[in-house]
Ligand binder design. Structure first.
Ligand SMILES: Nc1ncnc2c1ncn2[C@@H]1O[C@H](COP(=O)(O)OP(=O)(O)O)[C@@H](O)[C@H]1O
Ligand SMILES: [Mg+2]
Length: 346
């Protein structure tokens, strides 16, 4: 399948320039029983043209981070503290109206499960046209919109005629490609893709990720990939963040985090991930359950499940500290975590 991103707006990127800076973000949900500590002190930076991955078990706060960045949180959510700077400007300080003009144009999102959210009674092209109508009212003629949509479809490997079809005439993979085309519609600087291929079979998943990667690189966009499957996003990201119970516990260059995870959770998670290409990995399951975020453990949130934990871990919370080369780990005992590659070869 060939991809053409011709005629879509491409950006010059300077990979040393930060685009998105998430700075000590804290976000809680209020429920009857109390406060759910879903995003706790999360800090990371996405540079121009960079692909960042966020991984972690279900319920660790990945979608909550994404919705926080989009300012599309449910009503019971509360930003407690922190900043989300896009090109230096704190999105949390914008009015709702200002944020509306930025959303989709500057920062777009492929929602978890979005391929099932197409309205069944409208043609897919008409649904994408609605996004263009909202953001480029009066700036594009009907024909220009059509041309633009055909280019978007070509970019994601769909024939232009499919714009006239209804969602039920698309396969799952095609519906997901169309969702990506919709996210690209306003040429955002940053796309957040929340489990973009989780519901699809492995081959389609692989094709779509590779295409998304290529579009992202060619257009000079930045992207945040979110997945519970570390192996999937390791292939398409430059930097990788591992979340546990609302916290970012490890962050760094993907090659480094993937080969030498130094947070015990990341280490155990990776050790239990079957690798398709590498040596056969011994599957060591992660024992226990993630904590209830209404009453997370004191100190390090991972300490009740951690084989390296000491008394200190239950009392003092380890900071996300740089251990060299931009590799950051929130653990008092990271130096004791074995080398994963060596452990796997043994
Ligand atoms: N609207 C909500 N109200 C209360 N708690 C919520 C809400 N949405 C999510 N949560 C809770 O926040 C935590 C993080 O959820 P989520 O961000 O969806 O995790 P992930 O995407 O990593 O699976 C979970 O404990 C989840 O139950
Ligand atoms: Mg999620």
């Amino acid at each position: 399948m060939t991809i053409s991103v011709e005629n879509l707006e491409t950006r010059q990127v300077d990979p040393t320039k930060p685009l998105l800076e998430v700075d000590r973000l804290v976000m809680h949900y209020k429920i009857k029983a109390g406060e759910v500590s879903a995003v706790e002190d999360v800090t990371f930076t996405v540079h121009q043209g960079e692909a960042v991955g966020l991984v972690g078990e279900s319920g660790c706060g990945k979608t909550s981070v994404a919705l926080s960045l989009m300012r599309l949180l449910p009503n019971n959510a509360e930003y407690v503290s922190g900043q989300i700077r896009l090109d230096g400007e704190d999105l949390l300080q914008l009015t709702d109206e200002e944020m509306r003009t930025r959303r989709w144009k500057d920062i777009a999102m492929v929602f978890q499960g979005a391929m099932n959210s197409w309205n069944p009674v409208y043609r897919v092209g008409d649904q994408i046209r609605e996004v263009l109508d909202t953001h480029f009212r009066g700036q594009m003629t009907y024909e220009q919109q059509r041309e633009h949509m055909e280019r978007l479809f070509a970019a994601v490997g769909l024939p232009g005629e499919m714009l006239d079809r209804y969602p039920h005439e698309f396969s799952g993979g095609m519906r997901q490609r169309a969702v990506i085309a919709m996210a690209l519609a306003c040429s955002p600087q940053l796309i957040i893709a929340d489990e973009p291929t989780t519901a699809l079979d492995v081959i389609v998943q692989d094709q779509i990720l590779k295409e998304l990667k290529r579009i992202q690189t060619e257009l000079g966009m930045s992207i945040i990939y979110i997945s519970h499957d570390i192996a999937v996003i390791a292939e398409v990201t430059d930097s990788l963040g591992v979340m546990y119970a609302g916290k970012l516990v490890e962050y760094g260059p993907t090659t480094e985090v993937f080969a030498r995870p130094k947070h015990p959770y990341a280490y155990l998670l990776l050790k239990s991930t079957p690798s398709i290409t590498g040596p056969r990995r011994q599957l060591a399951p992660l024992e226990g359950e993630p904590p209830d975020l209404l009453a997370p453990p004191t100190g390090c949130r991972f300490h009740p499940r951690c084989p390296f934990a000491t008394e200190r871990c239950a009392i003092e919370e380890p900071p996300l500290a740089d251990i060299g080369g931009g590799h950051r780990v929130a653990c008092w005992h990271w130096e004791q975590v074995p080398d994963l590659e060596e452990a796997l070869l043994r």
